[in-house]
Design a protein around this ligand. Structure first.
Ligand SMILES: Nc1nc2c(ncn2[C@@H]2O[C@H](COP(=O)(O)OP(=O)(O)OP(=O)(O)O)[C@@H](O)[C@H]2O)c(=O)[nH]1
Ligand SMILES: [Mg+2]
Length: 194
């Protein structure tokens, strides 16, 4: 549901980072915020609990250049991963143009990954989106930890539609911009079709 403001010659797109609790969604946004120059970004707004878990969402507006004379502004959001915040997750998906699913590569988090992925598909459906068509990237995060699953095994469980996959260590920035660029690219391809 891209919003095009013809008067301001601006295209506004919404990208949502989805995934289980503590998988590293907020960390992705923090890295992007820290490494983007001031002219290209707005404020990073985080609504968090006392223990730094996302309570409602994180929000970061980002300018990613021009398309046919229009400034492209990407609004990045994360959802709260904790299971009981489902109403918030659903709300945040409203008007989404692209989704990044951040998976936690640790073996003991596989059930949580699968549950979050099901939840994503359910919530997209409730908004009337087709999960098979929304611009979509899978990020396998926390590759630095010792107890991670092999990439192939993760892909077997988590790849749903032949989507691009990026390995990441979000708190070191590995894979963070690669992930963002790919989902943004897909969103712009959709935009050009429409
Ligand atoms: N070892 C390791 N830790 C990471 C990585 N990415 C994030 N973390 C850590 O994981 C913890 C949780 O990260 P967050 O970004 O807050 O997780 P989240 O997905 O936003 O969690 P919720 O807001 O509760 O859904 C933090 O302590 C991060 O520093 C990574 O690639 N490797
Ligand atoms: Mg968070």
């Amino acid at each position: 549901m891209t919003f095009i403001n013809y008067a301001a010659r601006e295209i506004n797109c919404k990208i949502v980072y989805y995934g289980p609790g503590l998988c590293g969604k907020t960390t992705n946004l923090q890295w992007i915020y820290d490494k983007t120059n001031p002219q290209a970004k707005g404020k990073l707004i985080s609504l968090a609990t006392e223990t730094d878990r996302t309570l409602f969402f994180d929000f970061l507006p980002l300018d990613l250049g021009q398309v046919r004379g229009f400034k492209t502004r990407f609004h990045l959001y994360t959802v709260p991963g904790q299971v009981f915040y489902d109403a918030s997750r659903k709300l945040i998906l409203r008007g989404v143009d692209g989704v990044v699913f951040v998976a936690d590569s640790q073996e003991e988090r596989m059930d949580a990954n699968l549950e979050a992925l099901d939840n994503l598909q359910d919530n997209l459906k409730e908004h009337g989106y087709d999960f098979g068509k929304v611009p979509y990237v899978l990020q396998l995060n926390k590759r630095d930890l010792p107890n991670v699953m092999q990439v192939d095994a993760l892909k077997t469980e988590l790849v749903k539609r032949g989507e691009p996959v990026f390995e990441a260590v979000a708190f070191q920035g590995t894979g963070v911009f690669e992930t963002l660029k790919e989902v943004a690219r897909q969103v712009l391809v959709e935009l050009k079709k429409g």
